[in-house]
Ligand binder design. Sequence first.
Ligand code: GTP
Ligand code: MG
Length: 444
Amino acid sequence: MSGTSSLLQLWHIPSTKRLFTRSKFSKGLYMVPGTDFYPALCFCRNMQTATYAIVNGSYLPTAETKQNKIKDKALAAQETVGAFQKLPMVMPSVDIISSALRKAKRVSPTKGIANAAKRERNKGAKQLDALMKELAVPLRTYKENFPNKKSLHPYERSLIELTLGDGNYEEVLGKVDALRKKVTSVGKEHASLCAKSTSKREAEERLSKGMEKLEEIFGHEGKAVDNLLNIAKTLRAMPVVDLEIPTLCLVGAPNVGKSSLVRILSTGKPEICNYPFTTRGILMGHIVFNYQNFQVTDTPGLLRRPDDDRNNLEKLTLAVLSYLPTAVLYVHDLSGECGTSPSNQFFIYKEVRKRFSNHLWLDVVSKCDLLQESPVTFITDDSDADHLELARYRKMGPDGAIHVSVKSETGLNELKARVHELLVSQSVRIKSENSNRETLERLG
Ligand SMILES: Nc1nc2c(ncn2[C@@H]2O[C@H](COP(=O)(O)OP(=O)(O)OP(=O)(O)O)[C@@H](O)[C@H]2O)c(=O)[nH]1
Ligand SMILES: [Mg+2]
């Protein structure tokens, strides 16, 4: 297994930049991708027509249309990915407080106040007000510019849940906003107290107490800002998927040879080891066939078990299949080498195939160098040996599967050709779904 616990990795982007990023996933919670998925839904833009009241020859949006616009924006966001690349830069909490203190201390009293006490309390109130604003404004910006999870594309939403733990994203944003509110109310309170000082000395004391108090609050609760900074870093490092480019998703039980095939099919170099869950995240890469660009995702393996018992790695795989319009290259290892018996692989396969029946699909039996001339029947742990389909599967894999070996290079040319065909079909499907959507939009 790889020594890392990274759940997300990105390799080979065929543009000028080559990225290879990893980000750690917490052992947090996750979401369970739902039931059957229809990729067409991904492309279906729900157009809403806005109505405008005509006043004095100009168009003024009504309250209702403003709401529609907000809804439209949220719907549009749900249909696109890339929100993580637009996250605002977050400053570390120590930098926010030190810069705010520096700026606030430079604020001078209003000119022309001759009385020393009045001048001091004017200065104190202004400095405390400035400090409060310098602290609250960035926090408000974060709150406003980090997207509401509900408005995200479901794939990105599931990445947030699987990466950060269910509810953590909202919790941190909530804490940042609570800090903003506290800083605002405490700042205002101390500024107003300072403005009521009866002597120069009292104003000086109240100013310094107010500043200390705000600094103390930020010192205690500024951790939320640092957590938000880490969240932004993690999310920005997530692989970028283009929904318009046909994507091939490699799926199968752990250790069956998915990543080895990704290496053959693409210029990506995912880690390969002889134990399960070497691939610990969604890996996005690109392949080029005949000058056409395609995306490939390598995914963690799936075990035979109910969804509730799945680990985050398996859930990531299901999230990709549920929310991204991918074609599937399903890998079967009948050699007995991978650790999951052929019969267990059969049952996982049947379930996944049924659940994602709408995806374009290609089956491949890997490691055929280990299967020798005549197919080997393994003594497996299944009690369904009389199950005909299973017996056939254990010998040959699913009907129509291509038999390949990366060791002996058997079947690789056929595999590449079939993958190309599959991706071209995926491309046709994307175009037709886009054109259906445009027709729907035109019809209103
Ligand atoms: N003999 C033989 N071994 C293979 C072949 N393909 C892959 N392997 C071996 O099978 C093991 C697992 O390969 P991976 O490509 O890492 O499998 P994976 O499905 O990506 O594994 P996970 O990421 O852990 O789910 C490695 O030791 C590979 O060298 C093959 O065609 N023949
Ligand atoms: Mg792998």
